[in-house]
Write a protein that binds this ligand. Structure first.
Ligand code: AMP
Length: 144
């Protein structure tokens, strides 16, 4: 059904559920699947004065750890590690831009993730939906 599927992985335990649905959408052909995790800039996450810490180093460590984790997931699923994308920035636009770049015809994303159940649809899913130029499949995760 889809030629190129981009899966947004937040590395929470619910990621497995999202990945399962993406595999089903790929009709068992995992070579059509790309994975993406977006690391949010460390400085943007804190309002306090953290200049005593080497932010660049911290950032690089977060990126390296994520890269390693995402490549491990890719390997387990038989996906070429070149298709495991670790990006830095704001998840919504980064996921949308990557989807356009790799010509994805579907983005698979969880309905909720780390940001919890305060709203009907997770904030990342909403941000990806707005302005997406391909199908966006939201996988119901969590309660209910
Ligand atoms: P949330 O916006 O935290 O409720 O997350 C909803 C869904 O967006 C998750 O289930 C993931 O599929 C995706 N997602 C959230 N944060 C990220 C991230 N940093 N990188 C990639 N995907 C993400």
């Amino acid at each position: 059904m889809y030629n190129t599927i981009l899966v947004a992985v937040d590395l929470s335990k619910d990621s497995l559920k999202v990945l399962d649905k993406a595999i089903a959408a790929a009709n068992g052909d995992n070579s059509n699947i790309h994975l993406v995790h977006v690391v949010e800039p460390v400085a943007a996450a804190y309002s306090m004065d953290i200049y005593a810490i080497n932010i660049t180093e911290l950032q690089q460590e977060a990126i390296s750890m994520t890269e390693k984790k995402l490549k491990e997931i890719a390997k387990q699923l038989g996906i070429d590690e070149i298709k495991a994308h670790t990006l830095l920035g704001a998840p919504g636009p980064e996921i949308r831009n990557l989807a356009a770049e790799i010509n994805a015809d579907a983005i698979v994303i969880g309905s909720h993730g780390h940001s919890g159940w305060k709203i009907l649809l997770g904030s990342t899913a909403i941000k990806v939906l707005h302005g997406a130029t391909c199908d966006v499949l939201t996988v119901h995760v969590g309660e209910g």
